[in-house]
Design a protein around this ligand. Structure first.
Ligand SMILES: Cc1cc2nc3c(=O)[nH]c(=O)nc-3n(C[C@H](O)[C@H](O)[C@H](O)COP(=O)(O)O)c2cc1C
Length: 172
């Protein structure tokens, strides 16, 4: 049976090269809503999402995120931050990131998680208050090249899936 959510999970890949083509506002809005509507522990929603489309600002993000220089070529990027004093915020933020990446992918927009720690300069760059930690910058853009949809480099099922107790093969 067709399952659009599973198909998105099955095929999504990290996209690091983007076409020089803007993302329509309605698509960006759905990506933003996907983040905002994500569940969080005790429904605290301890996050902020800053959408960046200004070219100069994207280039600066590409400089600041050492593991994501290609942000500079994206059509947009989302700076995702969680409350610094909330120990569960990083889990909440991670879940929101996945919601946004999958929603983007379903619209044909490629993305990726970049950065994780040491992103205070990114926080300052987008004007977030000091009580937030930036956990991710998500570049967004239409993929430049066709990626191997559905082909993933992952551990095989028998290495990571068990039935009832660890080590019993899961046979479904
Ligand atoms: C928490 C997290 C942090 C990541 N950080 C980076 C990063 O800083 N730069 C980058 O290019 N990719 C980053 N990635 C992407 C992973 O390297 C990528 O998803 C993984 O190698 C699997 O590739 P695939 O998504 O294309 O299957 C990150 C992914 C996660 C989940």
């Amino acid at each position: 049976m067709a399952n659009a959510v599973f198909d998105a999970v099955r095929t999504v890949l990290a996209v690091r090269e983007y076409q020089d083509k803007p993302i329509p506002d309605d698509v960006l809005r759905r990506i933003a809503e996907a983040g905002r509507l994500t569940a969080s522990a005790s429904n605290r929603q301890p996050w902020q999402f800053v959408f960046v489309t200004d070219r100069q600002s994207l280039q600066e993000l590409g400089r600041l995120v050492k593991t994501g220089p290609y942000i500079s070529g994206a059509a947009a990027a989302v700076v995702v931050a969680g409350e610094r004093d909330n120990p569960i915020a990083v889990s909440d933020v991670s879940r929101a990131v996945q919601s946004m990446i999958l929603t983007a992918w379903a619209e044909g927009v490629g993305s990726n998680w970049t950065g994780f720690t040491g992103l205070d300069a990114v926080r300052d760059h987008v004007g977030l208050p000091a009580n937030y930690n930036v956990s991710a910058v998500l570049p967004l853009g239409y993929p430049k090249r066709k990626l191997g949809r559905g082909l993933k480099n992952r551990k095989p099922p028998q290495e990571v899936l068990s039935a009832d107790r660890f080590g019993n093969p899961l046979q479904l």
